[in-house]
Design a protein. Structure first.
Length: 204
């Protein structure tokens, strides 16, 4: 029974990978907005209803690993040791993501091309970043000892989320990944940390 379940899971994983591969190739060739789910299904040799067994929408193909990254950030923030700030935990998480992600791989470069060329996907990307902003606000509320919906907490969380989006734009440039991406991240964090310290001083 275990062997049969393992075989079934491997088959599902191969089907998922095939859908990703064929869909991204079509998006890259013709543009995200000009590809239908029926065309993706045909390219992957599956029925359209099978597509929905793996993805809820076309956007979920492009951002197929978002939930994994989001869950890892939430866990990192929620399990940070006493005395570690939300921003320090966020920086550490970003360093780990950059280390594990092959930003120069053909698949990742294809995804960035597809997103950059589609206003709809860029808008979807911004909506996803808002989930990060909410998670950061939860952590910053603990740091600043203020309600999560306070103006000060929301300002810092919004600045940190905007910084993440700006980093995406840096990595999307034709020059590719910077030689020292953490140096770019640290420049952004200098600004955000400065804002946090200014808010702390103003409350004293």
């Amino acid at each position: 029974m275990a062997a049969e379940q393992g075989l079934r899971e491997r088959k599902k994983q191969r089907t998922r990978e095939l859908i990703l591969e064929r869909a991204m190739a079509l998006f890259d060739e013709r543009g995200f907005d000009h590809v239908t789910i029926a065309e993706i299904a045909a390219a992957a040799d599956i029925a359209p209803r099978t597509f929905f067994g793996y993805f809820k929408a076309k956007e979920d193909v492009v951002f197929h690993d978002f939930d994994v990254f989001f869950a890892s950030l939430r866990e990192r923030l929620n399990t940070r040791p006493q005395g570690e700030s939300t921003l320090d935990a966020l920086r550490d998480w970003l360093a780990q993501v950059i280390t594990t992600m092959d930003h120069e791989s053909p698949a990742e470069q294809c995804r960035r091309r597809v997103i950059v060329s589609s206003p709809a996907l860029q808008e979807h990307d911004r909506a996803l970043v808002s989930r990060f902003e909410h998670e950061l606000a939860f952590g910053m509320a603990r740091d600043l000892e203020e309600p999560e919906d306070s103006l000060r907490v929301r300002m810092v969380a919004a600045a940190a989320a905007a910084a993440l989006q700006e980093l995406e734009r840096v990595f999307d440039k034709d020059t590719g990944m910077p030689d020292d991406p953490m140096a770019v991240i640290d420049e952004v964090f200098v600004f955000v940390r400065g804002g946090v310290e200014a808010l702390r001083r103003s409350s004293d």
